[in-house]
Design a protein around this ligand. Structure first.
Ligand SMILES: *[C@@H]1O[C@H](CO)[C@@H](O)[C@H](O)[C@H]1NC(C)=O
Ligand SMILES: *[C@@H]1O[C@H](CO)[C@@H](O)[C@H](O)[C@H]1NC(C)=O
Ligand SMILES: *[C@@H]1O[C@H](CO)[C@@H](O)[C@H](O)[C@H]1NC(C)=O
Length: 366
C-alpha cells in the first residue's frame, strides 16, 4: 500500500500542471486591477501634505509680478528632471553628458523606479546627482502611474524651493538639445512659445506657462470617459471637461503644487477601470485637472515629441537603431507650436550607441 504522505505529495505534484494549464482559462484575460491600498494612499497623503506645508509660494519661484531680465540665468530658477521608470534607465550615459553640458548646476534629478528592479546596480548609476525617491510598484492602465508622478512632483517641491519647472521623463526619453538651450527656452527666450505673444514684452518675461498637451476631441474620449462606469466621473468631471494628453509634460512650480494639492479629481481618477483597453488614467488626469483649474496658464502642447504614426496596442512608434541619424534629431525638433521640441521618445535601448556617437556633434550642438 502507498503511504498517505506519498499519495498527498503525488496528488499535489499532479495538480500543479493541471492548475498551470487551466489557470489562463479560469482567470479572466484582463484581471481587474486592484484599487490602491489605504496604506499606500496614506503614505502619499502625508508626503503631499508635507510638500504643501513647506512650499507655499517661495519668493524664488516664477511669478507674474517678478520680472526677470532675459539675458541672465537666475540661480534661484532650476529645472527638476523627474524620471519615471519600471526598468533600467537605458540612456543614463546620454543624460550624464547632457548634464555635463552646463557649467552651473541649475537642475535637480529625481528618479521613481519600480522597487522590484535594482536600477542602481544594473545601470551603474554612481552619479550622486540622481536622487532615488521612495517608490512603489506601478502598473500599466492603472492610476498607480498618476500616484508615481505626484510623488515625484511632491518630493521635488519639498527638496529644493528653487525647482521652478518640473519635467516628467521616462527611460525611453532622450534630450534633443543641450541643457543651456533648454534652460534658455523655458526661462529666458522671448520667442520660444510660438502660440503666445503676450507673456513676453520688451524683452521681459511676464508669465511662465506649463507645457501640457490638452486635447478635447480624441476619437476614443467617450469610451475612456465611461471606463469606470457611465456616471462614475460625475458631478466633478462632466464629459465636456474631460481631456486627453501626454503624461510627459513640463509644469511650473505653481501647477506642480496644484497637482499635489488636488483631492477632488483624484477621488474620481483613482477608481479602477472595469476594462483596461480603454484605461489610461495618467493621460487624462493631468490635462483635465490643469485645463479646469488654469486654462490660461497652460500651452496645450507638450515639449516631448512622440510619434503616434502606426501606433500598436497603445504604444507609439519606437525608434530602432537603423533609424537613428543626425537627420532624425533635426526632424524630431520640428514643432508647429514652439521653436523646437526639447525631448523625444521612444527609443529602444540599443539606440544608446549611435546617440552617444553624435551627442556632442549634433544633439548638444545648438
Ligand atoms: C542593488 O545594487 C546595489 C549596487 O550593486 C547594492 O549595493 C544593493 O545591495 C542592491 N540592492 C538589492 C535590493 O539587491
Ligand atoms: C514616425 O513613425 C513612422 C512609422 O510608424 C515612420 O515612418 C516615420 O518616419 C516616423 N516619423 C519620424 C519623424 O521619424
Ligand atoms: C504642422 O502644420 C502643418 C501645416 O499646417 C501640417 O501639415 C502638419 O501636419 C503639422 N504637423 C504637426 C505635427 O501637427
Amino acid at each position: 500500500m502507498f503511504s498517505t504522505p506519498f499519495v498527498l505529495t503525488f496528488s499535489l505534484l499532479l495538480s500543479l500542471p493541471i492548475l498551470f494549464f487551466l489557470a489562463p482559462r479560469i482567470l479572466p484575460p484582463h484581471p481587474t486591477p486592484l484599487p490602491i491600498s489605504p496604506s499606500d494612499e496614506l503614505d502619499d497623503i502625508n508626503l503631499f501634505n508635507n510638500a504643501i506645508a513647506h512650499s507655499s509660494t517661495p519668493p524664488s519661484s516664477p511669478h507674474p509680478s517678478k520680472f526677470f531680465h532675459l539675458s541672465s540665468k537666475n540661480p534661484n530658477l532650476k529645472i527638476a528632471f523627474l524620471f519615471l521608470t519600471n526598468t533600467d534607465l537605458h540612456f543614463t550615459p546620454l543624460w550624464n553628458l547632457f548634464f555635463q553640458t552646463t557649467p552651473t548646476k541649475l537642475f535637480n534629478i529625481y528618479v521613481h523606479s519600480d522597487p522590484s528592479v535594482n536600477i542602481t546596480h544594473n545601470n551603474n548609476i554612481n552619479n550622486p546627482l540622481f536622487k532615488f525617491i521612495p517608490s512603489k510598484k506601478t502598473y500599466r492602465a492603472s492610476p498607480t502611474l498618476i500616484s508615481a508622478t505626484r510623488r515625484l512632483l511632491a518630493t521635488a517641491l519639498l527638496d529644493d524651493p528653487s525647482n521652478s519647472y518640473f519635467i516628467v521623463l521616462s527611460q525611453f526619453c532622450i534630450p534633443l538639445h543641450s541643457f543651456d538651450y533648454i534652460y534658455r527656452s523655458l526661462f529666458l527666450s522671448p520667442t520660444f512659445d510660438l502660440t503666445d505673444t503676450e507673456s513676453t514684452q520688451f524683452g521681459v518675461r511676464l508669465k511662465y506657462k506649463s507645457f501640457v498637451e490638452i486635447i478635447s476631441n480624441g476619437p476614443r474620449l467617450w469610451k475612456r470617459y465611461i471606463a469606470r462606469g457611465r456616471n462614475e466621473m460625475m458631478p466633478e468631471v462632466p464629459f465636456d471637461k474631460f481631456r486627453v494628453g501626454s503624461q510627459f509634460f513640463s509644469l511650473t512650480r505653481k501647477h506642480a503644487l496644484v497637482v499635489v494639492k488636488d483631492r477632488t479629481l483624484w477621488r474620481k481618477f483613482k477608481v479602477p477601470c472595469y476594462r483596461d483597453d480603454e484605461c489610461y488614467p495618467e493621460e487624462h488626469y493631468f490635462p483635465t485637472l490643469l485645463s479646469m483649474v488654469d486654462p490660461d496658464g497652460v500651452t496645450s502642447y507638450t515639449l516631448t515629441n512622440v510619434n503616434w504614426t502606426g501606433t500598436v496596442n497603445g504604444h507609439p512608434h519606437t525608434y530602432q537603431v537603423d533609424e537613428v541619424s543626425p537627420e532624425l534629431i533635426l526632424r524630431l525638433r520640428k514643432s508647429n507650436h514652439s521653436e523646437s521640441y526639447l525631448f523625444a521618445r521612444k527609443f529602444v535601448p540599443d539606440c544608446l550607441e549611435p546617440l552617444m556617437a553624435m551627442a556632442r556633434s549634433v544633439i548638444f550642438k545648438d
